[in-house]
Write a new protein. Structure first.
Length: 226
C-alpha cells in the first residue's frame, strides 16, 4: 500500500478536529489520541470495489516508529470526487472506528489497566489520559441480496432497521386515517437532509455551527434511545 502523510492543514485532519469538538460525547476518548492521517494512492482492488477509507491500530514496530494510536488512510483520488457532506460523513465514520476498551461494567479502561473515573460533571474526560484504545468493528454487516432473500435475520440487522426508521421525519398535515399518526418521509430523504447539514457545517466552519452540530448529534442519540 502506497501512502503519503497528510499535512496538518489538509481538509480531513481539520475536519476531524471540528467533528470531535462538535460532538464531545461521541469522541471524548480521542482528546489525547495520536492519530496519523495518510493518503492512499494504490490501484483499486481486483474486485473493483474501492475502500473509501480505513482505520487501524498499529502494533509492534509500526506503533513504535509511528508513535500513533490509530492510523487512518483515505483514498486521495476518491476524496476529490466527494461532496463536502460526504467528506464529513466519511471522516466521522473512520473516527467511529477509533474506540476505547470497556470493562464488564462498561467503564473505559486506561492504558494502565485501570477504569477511568468520571469527572465532576459525571462525564468522562480523555484529555491528558492514556487510554486502552481499540478498533471498533462495524455494528452490522450484510449483503443487499441477503436482505432481499431473508430480511433482517440477525439482531444487528434488526437494530440497524430500527435506527433507519427513527431517522424518519413527519410530513406536515398528512395523517394516517387508521392510526391517527403523522405519516413519515423516507429514511433516505432524512439522510439527504443530514448530509446537506454536514455540507453547510463545512462551508460555515464557525463555533456556532459546531454547537448546532452537537445539538443535532444529541437529538439523534435521544431519538435512538441512547
Amino acid at each position: 500500500m502506497n501512502c503519503q502523510e497528510m499535512k496538518d492543514t489538509e481538509d480531513p485532519r481539520r475536519l476531524a478536529a471540528e467533528i470531535c469538538a462538535a460532538d464531545h460525547q461521541a469522541f471524548w476518548h480521542l482528546a489525547a489520541a495520536r492519530i496519523k492521517w495518510l493518503w492512499e494512492t494504490d490501484t483499486p482492488a481486483p474486485s473493483g470495489r474501492v475502500s473509501l477509507g480505513r482505520a487501524k491500530r498499529p502494533g509492534g514496530l509500526l506503533r513504535h516508529f509511528s508513535g500513533a494510536d490509530f492510523i487512518i488512510t483515505l483514498r486521495e483520488d476518491t476524496w476529490a470526487d466527494l461532496t463536502d457532506g460526504q467528506r464529513w460523513a466519511l471522516v466521522r465514520h473512520e473516527l467511529l472506528h477509533c474506540g476505547v476498551k470497556l470493562n464488564k461494567a462498561g467503564q473505559p479502561m486506561t492504558a494502565a489497566g485501570l477504569p477511568l473515573p468520571r469527572g465532576e460533571g459525571g462525564e468522562y474526560d480523555g484529555e491528558g489520559v492514556r487510554l486502552a484504545y481499540i478498533v471498533r468493528k462495524h455494528e452490522f454487516e450484510g449483503f443487499l441480496a441477503e436482505i432481499d432473500a431473508t430480511g433482517r435475520w440477525t439482531p444487528e440487522m434488526d437494530a440497524a432497521h430500527r435506527r433507519w426508521r427513527q431517522l424518519m421525519l413527519p410530513l406536515s398535515g398528512e395523517i394516517d386515517k387508521d392510526t391517527g399518526e403523522v405519516l413519515p418521509v423516507s429514511a433516505a430523504d432524512h439522510l439527504s437532509v443530514r448530509i446537506l447539514r454536514g455540507e453547510e457545517a463545512m462551508r460555515r466552519r464557525s463555533p456556532r455551527t459546531g454547537r448546532g452540530t452537537a445539538r443535532i448529534a444529541k437529538r439523534d442519540r435521544a431519538r435512538a434511545g441512547g
